[in-house]
Design a protein around this ligand. Structure first.
Ligand code: SF4
Length: 405
């Protein structure tokens, strides 16, 4: 839009407001609706455009939103400026959605500037072929498409030119990177590590599939690669994993964790765990809980299962009560808290390279180690944007305290 002469304005004063929706949970949908109401209430004359995953997955429903002037599915968003200009000319509501097909290719929309000056997120993969029974994402994002290594190289080089030192590679199902181009996630990491100016490379959340020992070993040889692995688990019970249509057992997951720990000195392994999935018995949950304890995650994002319309699991009748979900969430959060504390404690005494970001009100600077442990350091010098050796001297509830070496 900037290229076509539009300028930025806040949502309550803008002539055109684009709401880029997430639809991963029903809560996300509710937030989208709330955002639409709020914008319409505060900015009566704005042209409201709803795009993103919600209209792609629930097109009929979204097209019926009176407050939206334009409803555009994910796949059509590349034409969004043309669509908006058509609306501005005719003032007639436009709703459009293209279906995803197996022939889709990666949509080349790149970003070379972020509000955060130290870390840049580069999307290298879109879509998912997995169809976990609880998940709407494959319907909202289509099949796996990967960014070419050439484009990746150009994009990251431009980011380095703009001063970014840390690159985070992200995707909808990141481990599937390259299944359509005969590359692997390692090839993408290697491509970025080889670019002068890049100091650190890390991965966003990824799935256990295709995380072979060979890939883990190769990653461990890349000096710029950061040993932070957000390896999605969802359940530590193999029976539940099977019902979720996840393609690994708890044991296979554990083997990947062991390989990571074998090749990396001090990796942080974090995860997502869902509790109360349809059919998750008390015993299944206990198994999942014990598994989470055994892995000793650095961090666990715990969330209760909520039925998602349009998914396979939506029609399952065996549903865990809300009270029981709350009980299980609490128990899993306890495990999460303990293992997170244990992990932070294990960092005390180490000397780590910290990339500093911002300064807090109390005068301390916050930065992250290679394994993404948050570190606070008091300093009279401005540490922002610098990579500095820090000795970690203490662990608090959710960060560590260090001193410059
Ligand atoms: S792998 Fe991830 S994105 Fe794909 S269906 Fe499963 S949960 Fe959804």
């Amino acid at each position: 839009m900037k290229k076509r002469g539009y300028t930025e304005a806040d949502a309550y004063n803008a002539d055109i407001v684009i709401i880029n929706s997430c639809t991963v949970t029903t809560t996300a949908d509710a937030k989208n609706r709330k955002a639409i109401h709020r914008v319409r209430r505060e900015n009566k004359n704005a042209v409201i455009v709803l795009t993103g995953c919600m209209p792609q997955a629930f097109f009929e429903e979204c097209s019926a939103f009176d407050e939206c002037d334009i409803v555009v599915g994910n796949k059509s968003r590349k034409n969004i400026v043309d669509i908006i200009e058509k609306y501005l000319k005719n003032k007639e509501k436009i709703c459009c959605k293209e279906e995803y097909t197996n022939k889709d290719i990666f949509e080349e929309i790149s970003v070379d500037n972020f509000s955060d000056r130290t870390r840049a997120f580069v999307k290298i993969e879109d879509g998912c072929n997995q169809f976990c029974t609880y998940c709407i994402i494959p319907y909202a994002r289509g099949r796996v498409r990967s960014k070419s290594l050439n484009t990746l190289k150009k994009e990251v080089t431009a980011l380095c030119y703009n001063g970014y030192e840390e690159i985070v590679l992200v995707g909808i199902n990141l481990s599937s990177y390259g299944v359509d181009t005969e590359h692997t996630l390692f090839d993408a990491v290697k491509c970025v590590c080889d670019i002068d100016g890049v100091k650190r490379v890390r991965l966003g959340s990824f799935e256990p599939e295709r995380m072979t020992e060979d890939i883990i070993e190769k990653l461990s040889k890349e000096e710029k690669f950061c040993p932070q692995f957000h390896l999605s688990l969802q359940s530590g019970c193999t029976k539940t994993l099977h019902e979720m249509h996840r393609h690994y057992s708890a044991e296979e997951y554990y083997n990947i964790v062991s390989d990571i720990r074998k090749y990396f000195e001090n990796p942080a392994i974090t995860t997502d765990i869902m509790v109360g999935f349809s059919g998750e018995s008390r015993e299944d949950f206990e198994e999942s809980l014990r598994f989470a304890e055994k892995v000793k995650f650095a961090k666990i994002h715990v969330f209760p299962y909520s039925r998602r319309k349009g998914t396979k699991a939506y029609d399952c009748v065996d549903i865990v009560s809300d009270e029981e979900k709350a009980r299980r969430t609490k128990l899993m959060l306890n495990v999460a808290e303990n293992s997170s504390k244990e992990f932070l404690q294990s960092m005390v005494g180490k000397c780590e390279q910290v990339l500093f970001e911002n300064k807090l009100k109390d005068g301390s600077f916050v930065g992250y180690t290679k394994n993404y442990t948050p570190i606070r350091v008091i300093s009279n010098d401005n540490l922002s944007g610098k990579i500095i050796d820090v000795i970690i001297i203490d662990a608090k509830d959710d960060y560590c305290v260090g001193v410059v070496k």
